[in-house]
Each structure stands twice: as C-alpha cells, then as structure tokens.
Ligand binder design. Structure first.
Ligand code: PLP
Length: 423
C-alpha cells in the first residue's frame, strides 16, 4: 500500500539532485525561475550574480531571445528526426559545417551526441575501433590526466582523475585506463615507453583542468604532450566540453595553446546550455579509416544525435557569439579576472588562486578547516552570488561572457566578503 501522506517527502523534495546527498539538500533547495545576462532570479524574487554560468555553460548568458526564437521556430517545423543511417536535417548539417570551419583540425567530420559524457564515451569507442580497423588490436590503453573530469558515463568515470567520483561503484581499477600527473609531460612519455607505444590507443586531455579545480596547463605542457603523442602514434583527444566556444578567447583552447587534436570533444557552450547537445569533431586522419569501404558500420550513436532543435539552438548561439563579439569580450574579462582575483590570495583562509582564460578558482585552506569552502559558498549565496565548490577545496568562477565590468567588480568583492565572513 502507498505510504501515508505524512511519510512522503514534500513535493519540492521529489527532485533527486545530481551530485548531492539525498538527505542534505532539502533545507537549502534554491528554485531558480528566470535569468537575464549574468544574473538569475529565484522564486522569491531575489537576483543573484551567476559566478559559474550554471555548470560552466551559459557562455552567452541567460535569457537570450534569439536562441529561444530559433528553438521555437525549429520545434514548430520539425523538432527532431533520427540521423541514424542516411537520415539528415538542415540544422544538423549546417552546424556540422560550421563546427568544421571553427575547429583546429584539417577537414574534420562531426559526430553529434546528447551531451559531454556521451561525447567522452563516443570518443573512447571511436579510438578503440580506429585501431581495430587499422589492425592494431593491442592498442587499447587510454591515458588521461590526474584531476581530469570526463563526465559520468562508464568509460568517462574510469578515465577521470578525481578519485572520489570513481569510488563506491564496485568498479575494480581498470588496467586499460592509466592516469598520469596532470602537470608532468615527462610522466606521459615514461608511461608510453613502459607500456610500449603499440599498446596505447589515445591520450585524453582536458586542456585546462576544470572540475578538478581549474588548473592551467604549465607553459609548454600541451605542445609537449601533443609532440609525444605524435611521435608514439598515439591519438590526442582534447576534451573541450568546458573550454570550448570562447572560454579562452578563442573558439577552442586547443587553438589558444597551439595543439591540433585528432578528436575534439564539445558540449555545454555549443548551445550555451539552452538545449543539451555535445559531440566529437574528428580529424580527417581518424574518420578516413571509418570511411574505408571495408570498415563496416560504426555501431554507435544516440537517439538524439543531430537533434534538430538542439542544433538550431547551437546555430543561434554561434551567431550571437559572433554578432556580439563575445569571444573578444571573454578575453577582456579573462585579463581583468587575472588582475583582480590574485588580490584574494591575501585573505585569511585562502591558500591560492588560479586563473586560465575566463576560468578561476579560489583554493581554501581545508587542512585547517574542511568545512570552509561550503561555508563560503553559503555566505556568497546570502550575499547574492551563486557559486559552488569544486574538488573539495576550491570555489569556482566561470561567468558568462556578457558579465559587465561592474558585475565583475561586484563578484570579486562579494566573494572576498564571503570568505572573510566565513573564516
Ligand atoms: N568533460 C568535461 C571536461 C566536463 O567538465 C564535463 C561536465 O562538466 C563533461 C565532460 C560531461 O558533460 P555532461 O555533464 O554534459 O555529460
């Protein structure tokens, strides 16, 4: 029999929040109902500065009418139809064409997914199938960076370097997934040498470590690992789910740091989150092997691969990024952040600050006070700033590119006040 009404959770608690303890979120649940630019409003009418652009994705900001209009128009005409086999739609085809033009790779093809985790798991299967088709069936090991985050699907969970996200699922450490310290190109070379290059399929790299704490790559790191991969015949896979579509002032961080990955993974900023969408941009050297007459079908894909509404949202989003010159704006904001954020390093309780592009993290002294980061986030919310804790000790900054100069000042000032009040 159904539980008595008194035993049921109140309606507002039916939502099983991701990345939360089920018992812990009821008292503090925050319901957001509206967004404009870099601000969002809750159901009680309070406005907040969105320090993180939601989960690193609202690059063009909230409430952009041209994207909403494009979504509505496409939904009215044909919301979606499968792109399996030989099926297509104009929005998916046009978006693939535009992404191919923007990507830092030669003559690529674009495989669409529903989000970033899908893109990661698609790429794992792509690189393994690539080597199978090439007849090098022992090339199955995939190397990734410590502290990296590659989504929460099966392969991505095994790949990623944030230990806490991998624990508690009964998954034995998989010897086919090997991690190297995030900042040590020499370690990648040693691991490839130890395993033997003929065992290694790919190196997955977040150009800037995101959810692991916003760690910029050491100078020269990315070009060095690209060179190591090239000389060992290992495929280079850039996970640009966070860094793509303007975060570094370029369309992709790969371009900012001078690398040309064989596969480039995107999601989030491709639509600024207005509709879920992700994908893999594959260099010609990769897709040609799949296009060979003897290769057979790549038996992989998602119901919503090439979803017309999602692709229409992306096309409108890319148009806004260009028309409002938002990549240049992100670059200006990044410079300003790099000036203002280091001042917070002098506050009691702050261990260090880190910046890369329009991404920042304030690392707090959790040795002295493990609960400090959560208290800072709560204080900031009370002061009208929404942020969150990443990797246990750091407070995230990744605002929308439409943030005004005044809002950037407010953001940093209010975070400083929150840190002082929480310490
Ligand atoms: N890869 C990176 C670098 C990410 O930061 C994320 C999400 O934060 C993902 C993959 C997974 O994307 P999604 O949550 O859309 O599945």
């Amino acid at each position: 029999s159904p539980p008595a009404a008194a035993d049921r959770p109140p309606a507002a608690s039916r939502l099983w929040h991701p990345f939360s303890s089920l018992g812990g979120t009821r008292a503090s649940e925050l319901t957001l109902v509206e967004g404009k630019g870099a601000r969002v409003r809750d159901k009680d009418g309070n406005w907040y500065l969105d320090a993180t652009a939601a989960l690193w994705y609202a690059n063009v900001g909230h409430g952009q009418a041209p994207i909403a209009d494009a979504i509505a128009e496409q939904a009215r005409r044909l919301a979606a139809y499968s792109t399996f086999g030989d099926m297509s739609n104009p929005a998916a085809a046009a978006l693939a064409e535009q992404l191919a033009d923007l990507a830092p790779s030669a003559d690529p093809m674009v495989f669409f997914t529903s989000g970033g985790s899908d893109a990661v798991d698609t790429a794992v299967k792509m690189v393994r199938r690539f080597w199978t088709l090439r007849g090098e069936i022992d090339r199955s090991v995939i190397i990734s960076r410590g502290l990296s985050y590659h989504g929460m699907h099966g392969h991505g969970t095994s790949l990623a370097g944030i230990a806490a996200n991998n624990a508690g699922y009964g998954m034995a450490p998989d010897p086919e997934f090997v991690r190297v310290p995030h900042d040590d190109a020499g370690a990648l070379r040693r691991v490839i040498d130890e395993l033997g290059p003929s065992r290694v399929a790919a190196f997955f790299v977040e150009p800037i470590i995101g959810a692991g704490g916003v760690y910029p790559p050491p100078p020269g790191y990315l070009t060095e690992v690209a060179q190591i991969c090239r000389s060992a015949g290992v495929l280079l896979v850039a996970d640009e789910v966070v860094t793509g579509f303007g975060r570094t002032g370029d369309w992709f961080a790969s371009a900012s740091y001078g690398i040309e990955p064989d596969l480039l993974l995107f999601a989030k900023g491709v639509t600024s989150g207005y509709v879920p969408l992700g994908g893999v941009i594959a260099d010609r050297g990769v897709w040609e092997v799949f296009a060979d007459a003897t290769a057979g079908a790549f038996r992989h894909g998602y119901t919503y691969s090439g979803h017309a509404v999602a692709c229409a949202a992306a096309l409108a989003n890319l148009r806004l990024l260009v028309e409002q010159d938002l990549l240049a704006r992100a670059a200006v904001l990044a410079e300003e952040l790099a000036v203002r954020l280091p001042r917070l390093a002098e506050l009691p309780g702050v261990r260090e600050v880190r910046c890369a592009g329009l991404l920042g993290a304030i690392a707090l002294d959790t040795v002295r006070d493990p609960a400090l980061p959560e208290r800072v986030v709560r204080q900031a919310r009370a002061a009208g700033v929404l942020t969150r804790v990443i990797n246990g000790d750091s407070v995230q900054l990744s605002p929308a590119f439409v943030l005004t100069d005044e809002q950037l000042g407010q953001l940093v000032d209010r975070l400083a006040e929150a840190i002082t009040a929480a310490d």
